[in-house]
Design a protein around this ligand. Structure first.
Ligand SMILES: N[C@@H](CCC(=O)N[C@@H](CS)C(=O)NCC(=O)O)C(=O)O
Length: 219
């Protein structure tokens, strides 16, 4: 059986876990924390998540894992049939990663570690986040999913890519992505209401104490 390596507090881990559950692909969840010898043994970057496929190949990078799952398990596809719409799904995933998740992640130490950042960094992060929010507004149709009536990988990716912007925006930038993108709050509530999202959120909550203990250990 396929193994997903990572930890349930991780938003990137949860993107892949959600896709596996949505596709109905059986998997073992191997709880392992970043940059440990155990993680480095399955992923040279040391980051979560990683995957050992049924044939024993070790892969990493959440978007690569999603593409692999679509190739290896084409049934219950999370990509639309139409290649033009598929392109839009990939565009939304990339925008979510580059201009929302990664930008906001820069300020995670400001929230979790209460570390002060120079105003220039805060301004720079906010301007990238605004670019992401503007792009989302232009590209998503919320009908009710991001590209229409069917759930796609773009919805799954964005749900977890928003975790850190939702946290750091209001706390450090006086800015809230949920308020600036019309339709996003309703979409988010719809995404959170599914059995799969609720299971993932419950697993994340249950992992919080152990993860916080892991990151507060002296390295
Ligand atoms: N580009 C990677 C990012 C994964 C990532 O940043 N994972 C976090 C956990 S949410 C991590 O392992 N961080 C540890 C580190 O950056 O050293 C992906 O898409 O899988």
């Amino acid at each position: 059986m396929l193994t997903l390596h990572g930890f349930p507090f991780s938003n990137y881990h949860n993107i892949v876990k959600h896709a596996l559950m949505q596709k109905g692909v059986p998997f073992d969840e191997h709880i392992v924390y970043p940059n440990t010898p155990e993680m480095l043994a399955v992923n040279p970057t040391g980051k979560a998540p990683a995957m050992t496929t049924e044939k024993g190949t070790q892969l990493s990078e959440s978007s690569v894992l999603l593409e692999y799952l679509e190739d290896a398990y084409p049934e219950h596809s999370l990509f639309p049939e139409d290649v033009e719409v598929r392109g839009r799904v990939r565009q939304l995933m990339k925008v979510s990663e580059l201009y929302l998740e990664l930008a906001a992640r820069r300020l995670l130490p400001a929230v979790l570690g209460n570390i002060d950042f120079p105003q220039a960094t805060l301004d720079e992060v906010k301007s990238v986040l605004e670019r992401g929010a503007h792009s989302l507004t232009a590209l998503a149709n919320f009908g009710p999913y991001l590209v229409g009536s069917e759930l796609t990988l773009a919805d799954i990716y964005l749900r977890y890519a928003l975790a850190i912007p939702k946290m750091v925006g209001p706390a450090k930038l006086d800015w809230n992505v949920m308020e600036v993108v019309p339709g996003l709050a309703d979409w988010d509530a719809m995404m959170a209401s599914t059995d799969i999202a609720q299971k993932i959120d419950a697993d994340q909550k249950a992992n919080a104490t152990e993860f916080m203990a892991f990151i507060s250990q002296p390295k």
